[in-house]
Design a protein around this ligand. Structure first.
Ligand SMILES: *Cc1c(COP(=O)(O)O)cnc(C)c1O
Length: 233
């Protein structure tokens, strides 16, 4: 698999998207979504220059953290996180993208306190207001952020969303625009301990539109590593 070429292609597309909206490519952080991929593939990515890896399963992060032990790589938790599993990863991940409840934040705070660290998190917002299982309604976000900002061992860095899978990425433009708007609104509140500098949105099928609408982190799997083979358990 030509991961190096895939990465080059994505970097070129990021540059082009940035040109269209007069942004600086260095303001866009690419999260290489390596979920389901074996260590050899991550190693190939590493050799091509990848340092940030996105995973969505606690067990997989734990396994890869041990098996792929490099000083200069960072793990991002991008999947739904259960409270009883927080303790396994707070000291292993650089950023948790998927905080959608106070109870989860409280658990991250408690486990971080125990390990004497501050965990950086994003609030996952369900901006599409769909009947999806996880994520928050737009209106509740400010209240949640205000509550979480009181927790000393958590730092809220911004917002994250997963847009629906669509054939035409233009269909997600308004979702991205609204999430950006929301993050600007929240930033204007100047809440202590809340930065709102990170906007994690855009995946293989829609990252260019997300960049045009203000994404600072894009999460890409398929376009870098190919299709995922899920093993049924
Ligand atoms: C799998 C996943 C991605 C990557 O999706 P691709 O379409 O393969 O780029 C991004 N974000 C989240 C939260 C994911 O679970």
């Amino acid at each position: 698999m030509a991961i190096k070429e895939n990465l080059q292609t994505i970097e070129n597309r990021i540059d082009l998207a940035c040109k269209r909206c007069k942004r600086n490519p260095s303001d866009i952080t690419l999260i290489n979504v390596s979920k389901t991929k074996p260590i050899e593939i991550l190693q190939e990515g590493y050799e091509a220059g990848m340092r940030l890896f996105g995973e969505n399963k606690v067990q997989e992060i734990r396994d890869k953290y041990i098996a792929f032990d490099k000083e200069d790589i960072y793990w991002h938790m991008i999947g739904h996180l259960q409270r009883n599993k927080v303790k396994y990863i707070v000291d292993k991940v650089a950023l948790i993208h998927s905080v959608d409840s106070y109870r989860l934040a409280q658990m991250i705070h408690q486990e971080s306190l125990k390990k004497n660290l501050v965990s950086e998190i994003l609030i996952q917002v369900n901006i599409a207001n769909e009947q999806t299982k996880f994520g928050l309604d737009n209106n509740d976000v400010l209240d949640l952020i205000t509550d979480i900002s009181q927790l000393t061992n958590i730092k809220i860095m911004g917002l994250m969303t997963i847009a629906p899978f669509v054939d035409d990425s233009e269909d997600n433009r308004l979702i991205f625009r609204n999430l950006h708007k929301l993050s600007v609104d929240i930033k204007e509140q100047n809440i202590d301990n809340v930065s709102m500098d990170v906007l994690s949105m855009g995946m293989t099928n829609d990252f260019e539109v997300a960049i045009e609408e203000g994404a600072t982190m894009i999460r890409i799997g398929t376009a870098l590593f190919g299709n995922r083979n899920y093993i049924k358990r």
